[in-house]
Design a protein around this ligand. Structure first.
Ligand code: NI
Length: 157
């Protein structure tokens, strides 16, 4: 496994629309392994392939409750409710903002064996699904349709 370099805001790959994975080959499996290692090292709850310079529809997510979730060609198939919570991004260091996201989502994706699986997430996991899948279409949480407002240090006082 290898640590990958995380691209930062301003890198054009973060604004690219990523291509679907057509064949889950050794390169994709290695990418999944390296992305999980990179996410853990950076203390993140999710990482999308364009954040490491790969324009493919691949995501890893890991929350305390969910364990490691690997998503290939993910789609959000249902959204319910709304949450306004704090969100950050490894590609936008030292900043965070309040975003508007669904409270609950369902996601369909291939796993590493090529099996189609369905996931349900609420709260943090719902935010992570939305945030990471947005990355695959070049969207960031700071975009005006998602961001309610940035959080400043004064909010914590
Ligand atoms: Ni992000």
């Amino acid at each position: 496994m290898a640590l990958l370099k995380i691209r930062k805001k301003g890198d054009p790959t973060l604004r690219a629309r990523c291509r679907a994975v057509e064949k889950i080959d050794g390169r994709i499996l290695t990418l999944l392994d390296d992305m999980a290692e990179t996410m853990r090292k950076a203390d993140g709850v999710g990482l999308a392939a364009p954040q490491v310079g790969v324009r493919r529809r691949v995501v890893v997510i890991e929350t305390e409750d969910s364990g490691l979730i690997e998503l290939i060609n993910p789609e959000i198939t249902a959204r319910e409710g709304e949450q306004l919570e704090r969100e950050g991004c490894l590609s936008i260091p030292d900043e965070c903002g309040i975003t508007r996201r669904p409270a609950r989502v369902k996601v369909q994706a291939l796993d590493r064996s090529g099996t189609m699986r369905t996931y349900e997430g609420e709260g943090l996991l719902a935010r992570a699904f939305c945030h990471e899948i947005d990355h695959l279409d070049g969207k960031l949480y700071i975009d005006p349709d998602v961001l309610v407002r940035m959080v400043t240090d004064e909010d914590d006082e």
